[in-house]
Design a protein around this ligand. Sequence first.
Ligand code: ADP
Ligand code: NI
Length: 221
Amino acid sequence: MTATADNIIQKTIDFVKSSSSGEASGHDWWHIFRVHNMAVYLAREEKSDLFVVELAALLHDIDDWKFNAQGSGKAFAWLTQCGLQENTGQQILEVIDTVSYKGAGEPNQATTIEAQVVQDADRLDAIGAIGIARTFAFGGSHGREIYNPQCPPVMHANFEAYKKNQSHTINHFYEKLLLLKDRLNTYSAKALAEERHAFLEKFLAAFFAEWNFNAGSETQK
Ligand code: ADP
Ligand code: NI
């Protein structure tokens, strides 16, 4: 029996849902759900291959280095099991391989329009109100401080340096989140990013205004 495209997508949704339940660092099923929805929107706007984009969006975090140290090839195994044509499977794996942010000094690797669309959808979920919530969820689940004024942000030159980073959560805004707006690929995503980026800036301004309240007073010295 040849499964239809819709069938494969529904089966993949069920598979990813069951693999990502209980994830507490902002990479739970609902992150995948939002990235999938956004990727469908962008794929239509950008006239890219919807089937490749949907499967890649659903599977994009399943082998992520941040919470799957073995890089177990779960996406590869799943796509093989779905019985896709070899070149469709390859296209999807290429998207998954190139989507992740790897540090300020590392250039974007997404070259196909499908990879660019999924990367943009993932990055839009990293900024704005939800992006802020996810970032503090990640920091909390990794035992990081919210903020430490003695530890300034670092522009990581490469992926190795970015991976080793154990810094407090406010630094992540400067090391990644505020840089994303200018590293998006598609016009449709750039348009959506404006408001979300402005919200990050507004949040940081309020955070530091509260942090520095009465900072110069005698009692602080
Ligand atoms: P990517 O695939 O580009 O790595 P993801 O969408 O998988 O992006 O998730 C990255 C998100 O995880 C970040 O946007 C942030 O919310 C959170 N995150 C990752 N690293 C950190 C960190 N060092 N501090 C705080 N949050 C982090
Ligand atoms: Ni993601």
